[in-house]
Design a protein around this ligand. Sequence first.
Ligand SMILES: CC(C)(COP(=O)(O)OP(=O)(O)OC[C@H]1O[C@@H](n2cnc3c(N)ncnc32)[C@H](O)[C@@H]1OP(=O)(O)O)[C@@H](O)C(=O)NCCC(=O)NCCS
Length: 168
Amino acid sequence: MTTPNIMKTTIAKSDDLKEIISLFTNTINSVCAKDYSPQQRAAWTAGAKNTERWRTKLEQQYFIVARQEETLLGFASLDNNYIDFLFVHKDFQGLGIAKQLYDALLQKAIETSVGTLRSNVSLTARPFFEKMGFEVIRKQDNPTRGVNLTNFKMEKRLEKKTEIESLQ
Ligand SMILES: CC(C)(COP(=O)(O)OP(=O)(O)OC[C@H]1O[C@@H](n2cnc3c(N)ncnc32)[C@H](O)[C@@H]1OP(=O)(O)O)[C@@H](O)C(=O)NCCC(=O)NCCS
């Protein structure tokens, strides 16, 4: 696995918003198509149209983007102890980009003394989160626009010393 070697991770800016929303929609409609039907994906991506909601998240969360030159490779965000987003460009899957974004969130979580990291994780992302040491707490039904968007409540207890070692 080779992470693009000139990839840079930075704090997201409002100028990134258009590309973030586009990556979100495209990744759901391609990478998540094996797990969610067209109706489910339409319900999931419908939320992307609320630009103001995104802008608020960008301002209030620890919201980061990974870029290789002009290309947005992925984005992720942490809202206190909750991982709200972790998305990688459909054409750059399996290159270690999510791991790098996750490590930046983990570092932030350690700095802010988070005890337990939480997320509501898609069927598609569950294996990644398991690999990062998260456990499924429960399967969740999320009725959304007439369909059910199944996901998993997952958690990982942070043992500070072990996590710092994993970042080195
Ligand atoms: C889940 C997702 C973020 C993973 O991104 P990625 O950049 O391909 O993941 P990485 O390459 O960093 O993978 C890191 C490790 O997790 C493992 N992994 C990632 N996805 C996996 C999968 N579907 N099945 C098994 N292992 C997986 C990789 O093999 C890798 O392990 P390694 O270090 O031993 O090689 C990406 O597939 C994605 O964008 N999914 C759709 C969006 C989504 O559902 N987001 C989450 C909403 S909660």
